[in-house]
Design a protein around this ligand. Structure first.
Ligand code: IPM
Ligand code: MG
Length: 368
């Protein structure tokens, strides 16, 4: 059987630096666990724009469609701020999500014990935190039509985006959330704004329909998304799985990420429908961005990107035990005090570099 294939898209800013560490980790699994992958690499975002005048070429898009999983670093940076909207680095990412139909974006927020002191919240609020945000990723106000900026007769301009969800779009992401909940704490909290938005009313009705007809064994609650944001910082441990739309999910997942102390720790998986080989269409990426302020200085934390590969092991390659091995190695190095600059916290200390963090994780894997 051919090795499973992975397309690596390092992208911009710190993307290439953190991806170099992921390559080391992938290499370790090949040498030590007989897990081999066919790796290819290509450009996305500003890097693709510089080379080709577009943030994602058709050829790269086709390659992404043909592999078993895509690993993406980050896109964007100040050099591209003034580009036309249609060729901004972010459009490359959004095209991948849309054309691969990656409707379920899994964003776990887990607080590692060794980092519980680093959260801006009190330790007892975040210690042991383990929640999963399931964000709808291919619809809603990110993609709804009509959209655009146009001129009004009175000389003003108007900017329009449309929040739009269909029955099927809501039901399929709800199913993803219920399935995950069954393997975790068996609780789903759905967040929308049914008090002011028709799309929110439909969201609540359809999530309830899926619950009653297919997952009555899972505990379901509903919350307005603004209250959800407040509850996330008040007492986040009340949640197990949160399911929400594209825009609310973007905001709520940044909020949840920071509960864990650093955005540099958080991975994500974006999953679509199963391909012919049974694996879901999938892209894995850290939640953090391209961090232009620290690019090229060896300061970036590679853990979010490495944990994204762990999610690939679990969700694309059916290697849950190996994913757990990798996560445990990361726990070990954090417990032993390994810290990139973002993890120093108020007490300071001397940070290790991006590459050194990769190396100590490899050592911990050797010892596992
Ligand atoms: C994210 C990011 C993206 C989004 C940007 C980079 C387009 O913020 O993945 O959360 O808004 O979805
Ligand atoms: Mg975001």
């Amino acid at each position: 059987m051919a090795n499973p294939s992975i397309l690596i898209l390092p992208g911009d800013g710190i993307g290439p630096e953190v991806m170099a560490e992921v390559r080391k980790i992938i290499g370790w699994f090949g040498e030590n666990r007989n897990l081999n992958f066919d790796l290819s690499e290509d450009l996305v975002g500003g890097a693709a724009y510089d080379a080709h005048g577009t943030p994602l070429t058709d050829a790269t898009m086709a390659k992404a469609q043909s592999v078993d999983a895509v690993l993406l670093g980050a896109v964007g940076g100040p050099a591209y701020d003034d580009l036309d909207f249609s060729v901004k680095p972010e459009r490359g990412l959004l095209r991948l999500r849309k054309e691969m139909d990656l409707f379920a974006n899994l964003r776990p927020a887990q607080c590692f014990d060794a980092l519980a002191d680093f959260s801006s919240l009190k330790k007892d609020v975040v210690a042991g935190l383990d929640i999963m945000i399931v964000r709808e990723l291919t619809s809603g106000s990110y993609f709804g039509e009509p959209r655009g900026i146009s001129d009004l007769p009175d000389g003003q301009r108007v900017g329009i985006n449309t929040q739009r969800y269909t029955t099927d779009e809501i039901r399929r992401v709800a199913r993803s959330a219920f399935e995950l909940a069954r393997k975790r704490g068996n609780k789903v909290c759905s967040m929308e704004k049914a008090n002011v938005m028709e799309s929110g009313i439909l969201w609540r009705e359809e999530v309830t329909w899926v619950h009653q007809n297919e997952y009555p064994d899972v505990e379901l609650s509903h919350m307005y998304a603004d209250n959800g944001a407040m509850q996330l910082v008040r007492w986040p441990k009340q949640f197990d799985v949160i399911v929400t739309d594209n825009l609310f999910g973007d905001i709520l997942s940044d909020c949840a990420a920071m509960l864990t102390g650093s955005l540099g720790m958080l991975p994500s998986a974006s999953l679509g429908v199963p391909m012919e080989n049974g694996r879901p269409k999938a892209m894995y990426e850290p939640v953090h961005g391209s961090a232009p302020d620290i690019t090229g200085q060896g300061k970036a934390n590679p853990i979010a990107c490495i944990l994204s590969f762990a999610m690939a092991l679990r969700y694309s390659f059916d290697q849950g035990a190996e994913a757990t091995r990798l996560e445990a190695a990361i726990e070990t190095v954090l417990a032993a005090g390994a810290r990139t600059a973002d993890l120093l916290g108020p007490t300071g200390g001397s940070p290790i570099s991006t590459a050194e963090m990769g190396d100590v994780i490899i050592k911990a894997l050797d010892a596992s």
